[in-house]
Design a protein around this ligand. Structure first.
Ligand SMILES: [Zn+2]
Length: 357
């Protein structure tokens, strides 16, 4: 076997081993999530923040050029196509295996951490509809009372001010959750994929390759603080969607009036989705005109940009991706933030997180 073949076989075997290994959550927590990863994140996000465009865009462009060149060379000589296609296939598989290994080493292993409910020792009794309704009523009350101050704040604060204002809150909650050194917050970057986000109704994503945040260009001012806080929680090593939303919401509670409003608005949206229609209508009736107009504006933004069929396919793919990373509930894990918050409200120890000082 040539050295080249040996290296390729080694890389592919390494990727398969990583994918199917029985990772011990305690080991991942100790050596990766609170060991290597925080140092890696602080360095890589700081470097990524220097560049206004996402590394991910450059990476995708480079990968497409490389793949195009590889396959064009493999297929251009008639008569040797079978042998050269086999080689190109091996190189493509090796490239994919390398990307997967970088994904896992740079961020993806965070999926194998101890769940938040275990780390916070939350009560495991099932969440009742009444508890969800009570949380929704609190959200509606907060939205009604914060709307005026949030609107005033949103008018004067630009994107940069929003990020500067929210970063200390993110650091505070990460420390309260036991992180010795908080994550470096990422700037919110536009991307070549902005249009794809629009079509799919995606608000933002954290790229594991540059540990940077790419956002949908159409986000409204009332959505941005929560979206930023959610993505920063991913950067802080909370890979699971519900956990990132939980930490994002806790961040917003510690922020300015616009951030608080943004956090409650996102939570209200989730709570409404979890309720049966009758309870949902009763909750919606509590909301005053201001917050209701904001929710309508978000729904209109989503409708304007979406291609429903593409959105469906993309969410099915994302569901499979989450399940491949052993998040058994797949995209339903977004709604689990409601359950995390309800269970945290029951626990005396966790309740201190819900009361920003
Ligand atoms: Zn997320």
């Amino acid at each position: 076997m040539e050295t080249r073949n040996l290296v390729q076989a080694g890389v592919i075997a390494g990727a398969l081993g990583t994918a199917f290994a029985a990772w011990s959550p305690a080991w991942v927590e100790r050596w990766f999530a609170t060991g290597f990863y925080p140092h890696w994140q602080r360095g890589l996000t700081a470097v990524s923040n220097l560049l206004p465009l996402p590394w991910l865009d450059l990476l995708v462009a480079a990968a497409l050029v490389w793949l195009g060149r590889l396959w064009w060379q493999a297929l251009r000589i008639p008569g040797r196509r079978l042998v050269s296609s086999g080689r190109a296939l091996a190189s493509t598989a090796t490239g994919a295996a390398c990307l997967y290994l970088v994904f896992m080493g740079s961020w993806g292993l965070n999926y194998q951490r101890l769940p938040m409910s275990v780390r916070l020792a939350l009560d495991a009794a099932p969440v009742t509809t009444d508890e969800v309704v009570r949380l929704g009523e609190d959200a509606a009350g907060q939205l009604n009372s914060l709307h005026g101050a949030a609107t005033a704040f949103g008018r004067q604060a630009g994107e940069a001010e929003m990020v500067v204002a929210l970063a200390p809150a993110a650091g505070t909650i990460q420390r309260q959750l036991g992180q010795a050194r908080p994550a470096v917050p990422a700037r919110l970057k536009g991307s070549l994929f902005g249009q794809v986000f629009r079509w799919n109704g995606v608000d933002a994503m954290t790229s594991p390759f540059g540990l940077e945040v790419l956002v949908n260009p159409d986000l409204l001012a009332v959505e941005r603080p929560f979206v930023a806080a959610h993505e920063w929680a991913h950067l802080a090593g909370y890979a699971v969607e519900a956990e990132a939303s939980f930490v994002g919401w806790l961040t917003c509670l510690r922020g300015d009036p616009l951030a608080q409003y943004s956090g409650w608005l996102a939570l209200y949206w989730q709570v409404v989705a979890e309720l049966p229609p009758v309870r949902r209508a009763a909750l919606q009736a509590r909301l005053q005109a201001g917050p209701r107009a904001d929710l309508d504006a978000i729904a209109a933004r989503l409708r304007r940009g979406e291609l429903p069929r593409l959105r469906l396919v993309s969410w099915l793919m994302y569901d499979q991706y989450l399940k491949a990373n052993r998040v058994e509930s797949g995209v339903d894990s977004y709604g689990e933030v409601v359950s995390l918050i309800v269970r945290a409200r029951r626990s005396t120890a966790a309740r201190r997180l819900l009361l920003p000082d």
